[in-house]
Design a protein around this ligand. Structure first.
Ligand code: HEM
Length: 458
């Protein structure tokens, strides 16, 4: 295989140098929170400001992330805004709950995410890749195609096939569109959030997303009631595990509403983020021909002409590095919000009780102190030799600590298989007319999709 140094630069979204205050800050945050992340945060470990008498701390420092996400995790529950955006659709499921209610749900779901179980889904991931490849094969060579939409369909199909045994009956097109609509409306920061209007008060964009929300909840209710009527499968899938779970404190089972919350949590959290990781990886490979060729060569060497299986995942080494490096430059979860319950010291800074702590994953991953040439796409940064000794909290696309993404192993295996399968058979090129602009709507996605030119590889 060819050893080529990659060199494509993925510039950081321009932003003001320092923390914006007052109306300017609010305007930038409402438009696109990525554009409100001060440039200084890509050089400094933290920045602070005060808003409405409360301290706001922006963090971009591995030690600080470790304090908030692991060492003092109990003192930093998720903040009000994340909950306000997600709870209407996800209720108090695994992603949005706290304390004992969260712990119970996490234990109930965990067996489905063991590495052995996840690798057994390799044929499902290969099938999702094959469905996309079939669509791309039907295109004329050099056709322009929105790969963001393709990746969303592929990952939605994979999560429904694996976690719900292929029995969701979801109309993938409509379901995916409803998720996007929800994120664009309920997932947008609002003036009400800035003014700390309580979460129960509807935000001005809610009416535009209400039909999507109602559709998503209705579809998940149907899945739960169909499963209740049919009984568990063999082997049991995630939904069967949740049906069988018992709260250790009360010995009760999950109510139907709680089951609906978790079906939506797994399906939503489990496809949109992975679709974005793949979309950004495709974009970066389209801009870096040498890296693209290397992925294609690796895929040919490991897979030949057949579908990927469980044993291939560990062999797709460079493909994995490409996905890791893509999530460094474009982390699907680009920021996380926490709320300080008590006074605490984080990275030498006194964080006041009640402070909003904004964990800047995007600035952390592009930070001048922690990375050399931070804007350069260089998958070999993640080679075992170069990863050695790196601070565990310097690279956190899946978060870390007790609330680490439960689906991290699943997402990596899925993304490796889909990316390798597609790059083996197709060549991609960027559209120079299309402006690449990341926007943050809970997750970070490319504004206006990701059009690429697609050609079959000979
Ligand atoms: C590349 C893909 C993915 C990325 C980047 C990602 C990222 C994350 C991050 C950063 C968190 C923590 C959020 C926070 O604490 O505020 C999280 C939590 C979570 N993710 Fe993922 N995720 C991905 C794929 C998946 C998949 C495939 C699933 C399920 C199949 C999943 C299910 C969840 C769940 C249920 C939680 C909540 C866990 C808890 O709080 O105990 N994610 N994810």
């Amino acid at each position: 295989m060819t050893e080529t140094a990659s060199g494509f630069r993925a510039p950081t979204v321009p932003a003001p140098d320092d923390v914006l205050e007052g109306v300017d800050a609010i305007r930038a945050l409402l438009r696109n929170p990525i554009e409100a992340m001060p440039r200084a945060l890509f050089r400094e470990p933290y920045l602070t400001a005060h808003h409405g008498g409360k301290q706001i701390v922006w963090l971009a420092d591995p030690d600080g992330f470790e304090t908030v996400l692991r060492a003092e995790a109990d003192n930093f529950p998720k903040n009000f805004i994340e909950h306000r955006m997600l709870a209407p659709v996800l209720g108090e499921g695994l992603l949005t709950s706290e304390g004992a209610h969260w712990r119970w749900q996490r234990r109930a779901a965990a067996p489905e995410f063991s590495p052995r179980r996840v690798l057994a889904f390799a044929p499902v991931f290969a099938e999702a890749a094959r469905a996309t490849a079939a669509e791309w094969s039907a295109l004329a060579d050099g056709a322009r195609r929105d790969v963001a939409a393709d990746m969303q369909r592929a990952t939605l199909k994979a999560i429904c096939e694996s976690m719900l045994s292929g029995e969701s009956g979801f109309d993938l097109e409509r379901f995916g569109a409803a998720v996007t609509r929800y994120l664009d409306t309920y997932g947008r920061l609002s003036w009400f959030d800035v003014l700390r209007v309580p979460a129960w008060a509807p935000r001005p964009r809610y009416p535009m997303g209400f039909a999507a929300l109602r559709y998503l909840r209705k579809e998940a209710r149907r899945v739960v009631s169909e499963r209740r009527a049919r009984g568990p499968g063999d082997p049991p899938d995630l939904l069967d595990l949740l049906f069988a779970a018992q709260d250790p404190d009360t010995a009760r089972a999950m109510s139907d509403a709680e089951l609906v919350d978790n079906v939506l949590t797994i399906v939503d959290a489990g496809h949109e983020t992975t679709a974005l990781a793949l979309t950004w990886a495709l974009y970066l490979l389209a801009c870096d021909e040498a890296a693209q060729t290397r992925v294609a060569e690796e895929a040919r060497a490991v897979l030949g002409d057949r579908d990927a299986g469980p044993d291939d995942v560990d062999k797709l080494v460079f493909t994995k590095q490409v996905i890791q490096e893509s999530m460094r430059l474009y982390p699907p979860v680009a920021a996380m919000g926490r709320n300080a319950l008590e006074d605490t010291v984080v990275s030498g800074l006194k964080v006041e009780k009640g402070a909003q702590v904004l964990l800047g994953v995007y600035p952390l991953h592009r930070h001048e102190r922690w990375w050399s040439e931070p804007e350069t796409f260089e998958p070999d940064r993640f080679s075992p030799a170069r990863s050695e000794g790196r601070h565990r909290f310097q690279y956190v696309p899946f978060s870390a600590g007790p609330r680490i993404c439960i689906g991290a192993t699943f997402a990596m295996a899925e993304a490796q298989i889909i990316l390798a399968s597609l790059m083996r058979d197709f060549r991609i090129a960027p559209d120079p007319e299309h402006r690449i602009w990341p926007v943050l709507r809970i997750t970070m996605r490319p504004e206006g999709g990701m059009p690429l030119f697609i050609t079959r590889r000979n």
